[in-house]
Design a protein around this ligand. Structure first.
Ligand code: ZN
Length: 461
C-alpha cells in the first residue's frame, strides 16, 4: 500500500482494509472473471459514447436521469440506478446483457414447462446464401417475409406439415455475423410440438425449406441448398434447455472472444474469419479502425427497430408466461430490494465515467466485503478520483463542420478521457450516504412502473 493510500485511509483497521481492497480492484489484481468481462462491457460502451450513430446508445449509462446516481448492491452484485438506459438489444453491450438474461430465463421456463406436459421441442435453423458487397439491410428485409412463409404463413404445405407434427407455436431468434463474404444473417427457431412422428418431422423440414427458398427467390436472393438452407432436429430436454440459454447468451457482448482481451488490456490482433457484431465492437474498441467503424455503423443502421426474439401468437399464454416485456422495460430500473452503497451527485458521476475503468471498478469495489466495508472502499475511491480530476471541460461528442458528430478514434490504451467538470474537485462531496442505505434493504424508484411490470409479467417473476 502506498504512503498516500495510508494517509488517505481512515484510522480504523476496517476502513484500511476496505481501502486496500478498493486499491486492488483499481489495479485489476483482485478482479474475477465476471468483473473483467464487465470492464470489457463498459469499455465498449465508452467507445459507443463516442462512435454510435444512435442517440439513445450515446447517452446510455452516461447521463443521470435525476438528481443522483445510486450505486446499489443486491445478492452480492452491484449496479447503478438512476442512469439513462438505451434498451438496445443489438447495439448496447450493457443493455443487451440484461435483456438476454431475462429472455433466456423465460425460454428456459418455456422449454421446461412444455416438456413437463409431454411435449417435444425441435430446433430449426434457417440460413441464406450470402456474398460480399450486399448490404445487410437487403438480407434483413428478406428475412422477415421468408421466416413468416416457412413458419406457416400462406404456404399451405408448411402449414399442413405443422399441423401434422402437432406444432403449437415457435420462438424465433435472429443472429448475424460478418466475414470475408460479407454479412451472414440467419435465424433459429424453437418449435413446440406434440408427439411428432419421424415422418412428420421430415415433412416439416422439407416444407419449411420449400417455403423459405421460394420466398428468398421472390426477394431476389439466391436460393440456398436444402442441405445448407434448413436444419430441423428434435431436442431432448437437456439439449433444449442448453440451447435456450446458449443462443441468447451468444447474443451478448460478454460472449465475444474479445471481451476478456479488452479487460486484459493487451489489445490483441483483430480476429480473422466471421465475427459477430459484438466481436466487431470489441475490435473497434481495441483498434479504432475506420473499417470496423463502418461495419459497426452499418450494423447499427440495419438492425435498428428489428426484433431479436419473437414468440408466435398465443404461445406464451399456453405456456403460462405473462405478457412479454419490451426491451426498454427490462433495462428500466426495477424496485427489487437492494442495499445502497453510495449516492453520487451528477458532478461526481462525471468524474467516475471520465475514467477508463471508473464505472466498472466502482461496481467491483461495491461488491467487496460487507456492505459497510464496500461503502468505505467506494467512498475513499471516489474521494481519490475527485481529488485527481482537473478543471477540464466535460467529455462530449465532437461536431464536424455540418454539426454532425464525428467519432474520436482514440487509441484504447490512451490515458483516461477528459476529466470531470471543475466543480467535481471537492473530495468531501464525493459520496453521500443515504440514511436508508445503511443496513436494511431499500426499495428504489419507479415503483409504479415496476408494479405494472409485475402485473404484466405474471408468472414469469
Ligand atoms: Zn444501453
Amino acid at each position: 500500500m502506498s504512503e498516500k493510500t495510508q494517509r488517505s485511509g481512515a484510522n480504523s483497521p476496517r476502513a484500511a482494509g476496505a481501502w486496500e481492497v478498493a486499491n486492488r480492484v483499481v489495479s485489476g489484481e483482485a478482479l474475477g472473471r465476471s468483473q473483467r468481462r464487465r470492464r470489457g462491457q463498459w469499455e465498449a460502451l465508452r467507445t459507443l459514447w463516442d462512435c454510435s450513430t444512435l442517440d439513445r446508445v450515446r447517452a446510455c449509462r452516461r447521463t443521470p436521469r435525476g438528481p443522483a446516481v445510486a450505486l446499489e448492491r443486491r445478492a452480492g452484485r452491484a449496479r447503478f440506478t438512476g442512469l439513462t438506459t438505451c434498451g438496445s438489444v443489438w447495439a448496447c453491450p450493457c443493455c443487451s446483457a440484461r435483456i438476454n438474461a431475462e429472455r433466456a430465463d423465460e425460454l428456459r421456463q418455456a422449454v421446461e414447462s412444455w416438456h413437463a406436459r409431454g411435449g417435444t421441442v425441435a430446433l430449426l435453423t434457417l440460413t441464406m446464401r450470402h456474398r460480399r458487397g450486399v448490404a445487410l439491410a437487403t438480407y434483413w428485409d428478406a428475412l422477415s417475409p421468408a421466416l413468416a412463409a416457412s413458419l406457416g404463413g400462406r404456404y399451405s404445405r408448411a402449414r399442413k406439415a405443422k399441423e401434422a407434427a402437432g406444432a403449437e407455436g415457435h420462438v424465433v431468434a435472429r443472429e448475424c455475423t460478418h466475414g470475408a463474404n460479407g454479412w451472414h444473417l440467419h435465424a433459429h427457431a424453437l418449435i413446440f410440438l406434440n408427439s411428432p412422428t419421424p415422418d412428420a418431422i421430415d415433412e416439416l423440414g422439407a416444407a419449411m425449406y420449400a417455403a423459405w427458398a421460394a420466398r428468398l427467390k421472390r426477394q431476389g436472393l439466391s436460393t440456398p441448398s436444402l442441405r445448407h438452407g434448413v436444419d430441423l432436429r428434435v431436442l431432448n430436454l437437456s439439449a433444449a434447455r442448453e440451447h435456450a440459454a446458449r443462443y441468447l447468451a451468444k447474443g451478448t457482448f460478454e460472449a465475444t472472444r474479445a471481451a476478456g482481451e479488452l479487460a486484459g488490456g493487451d489489445g490483441k490482433a483483430a480476429r480473422s474469419g466471421n465475427r459477430t457484431p459484438w466481436d466487431v465492437l470489441a475490435d473497434l474498441t481495441a483498434k479504432r479502425t475506420p473499417q470496423d467503424l463502418a461495419i459497426w455503423r452499418e450494423w447499427e443502421s440495419a438492425s435498428r427497430s428489428r426484433r431479436a426474439l419473437t414468440w408466435s401468437v398465443g404461445l406464451r399464454k399456453r405456456l403460462g408466461l405473462g405478457d412479454e416485456l419490451a426491451d426498454e422495460e427490462i433495462t428500466d430500473d426495477d424496485d427489487e430490494p437492494s442495499e445502497l452503497i453510495a449516492s453520487l451527485a451528477p458532478e461526481i458521476w462525471r468524474v467516475v465515467r471520465a475514467r477508463r475503468h471508473g464505472p466498472s471498478d466502482l461496481l467491483s469495489a461495491a461488491e467487496r466485503g460487507s456492505p459497510d466495508e464496500a461503502r468505505q472502499g467506494c467512498a475513499q475511491l471516489l474521494k481519490r478520483w475527485a481529488s485527481r480530476a482537473g478543471p477540464q471541460p466535460r467529455a462530449g461528442p465532437r461536431r464536424g463542420p455540418a454539426g454532425k458528430e464525428e467519432p474520436r478514434l482514440r487509441p484504447r490504451n490512451a490515458p483516461d478521457g477528459p476529466s470531470a467538470s471543475s466543480h467535481a474537485g471537492s473530495g468531501s462531496r464525493a459520496v453521500r450516504h443515504d440514511a436508508q442505505g445503511s443496513g436494511a434493504p431499500r426499495r428504489s424508484r419507479d415503483s409504479a412502473n415496476a408494479a405494472s411490470r409485475r402485473q404484466t409479467n405474471g408468472a414469469t417473476r
